[in-house]
Design a protein around this ligand. Structure first.
Ligand code: ADP
Length: 464
């Protein structure tokens, strides 16, 4: 069963149910109709015989003017029996006959019983004559002068069954036909309803095979579950396309970033080995190679760090003493003693956040080293950490070169450099990593800066 497609499974289930319902309906029709029809036959019999019992009167004598067309007159004792012309001898398959007290047939049509059957007033009985079942109904004639006379009606019980068999035959054709139509309709409906699933599968296959990342599932006008599923898949495909594009951009950018220092190293080696050089020239070449290899080292270590950050999951986080991390980073910064810059640290004690200590340390170190790198000689750096409105704020403020407004929106992009001359030692990934780590910790980072006055980077993290 599980190997069959959903379409076939739905249709099969539908078919079994419909056939079962049809069988139940057919049996019910058979049962109910038989009962209803038989009682209907008996009602007809009773009705006609009772009706006839009012159509017979006793007359002492008959005047010529009273003789009317159609009425029958039978001699009885000293008078006459007047049988109205409305008397129904054979109507609606009912035979009605008039008998005297001794059971002698006086008038009408009858079913001959093999032995004389005593009359029973107002009772319906079944009686078998030559293998055929009849309903019999007896009643006295209503005229008080004729109460000794009997009327007996008879109708074949087959009349009901003939009608019944016609209905049964009709349902025998109709029910399978209707079932077939329902099953076919169910199959077509299931096929139509599941068509978007086919399209989703087709699109997913194309994307899996890397054929066409731009392909989307055409969304229908119907506001049903499959329409919503298509929308969800399309938005997932959008994100996949973005992710693939950004991965491709990243690989291109990273190889470009690595190619530049490698090319410089190669050129410098070729220059030094081309012919004998003075010791000063060798030292100069080695210094260039050293700078470029440091740059490559920084780039590779930042790339690895970024890959680690992306693999990290908030479930691996623990409570991290952020105050201690920021204080330690300040101490490391102060020891640098670069450009005679004064670093001041204002840290609110005992602040903890939920996260990864290495990653959080990286945020602080990156911002402090940027403040040194882009700071003015004899300038100042202020690092502060405090709590506000359930958040932790880390601010790194410098009075360095500042950043012009056109660069600010791109500052956190990979390999974006506002000041190319000074950032030659950096990987171009520092601020991008800061944002990546902040977002991994459900936080955010922002910057305000004025050229020539300085910059302030603010990281906001949830309190742990
Ligand atoms: P880099 O390795 O080039 O420093 P970052 O991602 O750390 O890369 O920084 C991106 C760019 O942002 C830098 O090239 C620099 O132009 C600018 N920048 C970063 N921090 C500062 C700062 N404190 N003052 C001025 N400019 C800055």
């Amino acid at each position: 069963m599980r190997r069959l497609s959903i379409k076939i499974r739905i249709t099969l289930w539908f078919a079994i149910l419909i056939l079962l319902l049809s069988a139940i309906a057919f049996s019910l029709i058979l049962m109910i109709n038989n009962t209803v029809l038989q009682s209907d036959v008996r009602d007809t019999l009773l009705h006609i015989v009772t009706y006839n019992s009012y159509e017979i009167e006793y007359q002492d004598h008959i005047n010529d003017e009273e003789l009317s067309d159609g009425d029958q007159y039978l001699r009885l004792n000293n008078g006459f029996l007047e049988i109205d012309d409305d008397f129904l001898t054979f109507f609606s398959e009912v035979h009605t006959a008039l008998y005297d007290q001794e059971g002698q047939l006086l008038y009408g049509e009858t079913i001959e019983t093999e032995e004389p059957l005593p009359f029973a007033d107002g009772v319906t009985r079944t009686y078998e004559v030559r293998g055929e079942r009849y309903y019999l109904y007896d009643c006295r004639v209503q005229d008080p002068n004729l109460s000794s006379l009997w009327l007996r009606g008879a109708i074949s019980a087959r009349k009901g069954t003939t009608l019944l068999s016609r209905m049964v035959k009709l349902s025998l054709y109709l029910l399978p036909l209707l079932s077939l139509l329902t099953i076919l309709g169910g199959y077509l409906l299931a096929r139509r309803a599941l068509r978007p699933v086919e399209e989703i599968r087709h699109s997913a296959d194309s994307i899996r095979e890397g054929k066409d990342l731009k392909q989307r599932i055409p969304s229908s006008d119907a506001n049903d579950e499959l329409h919503h599923l298509s929308l969800s898949f399309n938005s997932m495909f959008d994100r996949l396309e973005d992710a693939f594009a950004s991965e491709r951009r990243f690989t291109q950018d990273a190889s470009h970033e690595l190619r530049t220092p490698l090319a410089v190293i190669r050129t410098e080696c070729e220059y030094a080995l081309d012919r004998p050089r003075t010791s000063e020239e060798y030292v100069e070449s080695l210094q260039v190679i050293d700078r470029q290899s440091r740059r490559m080292n920084a780039l590779v270590s930042d790339l690895l760090f970024s890959a680690r950050a992306r693999r990290m999951h908030p479930a691996d986080f623990s409570s991290v003493p952020f105050s201690a991390i920021v204080s330690d980073a300040c101490t490391t910064g102060i020891r640098l003693q670069e450009k005679n810059i004064t670093l001041t640290c204002s840290v609110e004690p005992n602040i903890t956040v939920r996260g990864n200590a290495d990653m959080l340390q990286r945020i602080v170190l990156n911002l402090i080293s940027n403040a040194y790198r882009y700071g003015k000689p004899d300038g100042t750096i202020l690092v502060s950490l405090y709590k506000t409105d359930g958040a932790v704020i880390l601010s790194v403020k410098d009075d360095g070169i500042g950043i012009s407004a056109e660069h600010l929106p791109h500052l956190f992009e990979r390999f974006y450099r506002a000041d190319v001359s000074r950032s030659s030692e950096g990987s171009g990934l520092g601020l991008h990593l800061v944002r990546e780590i902040a977002e991994l910790h459900q936080g955010e980072v922002s910057v305000t800066s004025v050229v020539g006055i300085g910059s302030e980077f603010i990281v906001r993290l949830p309190l742990g």
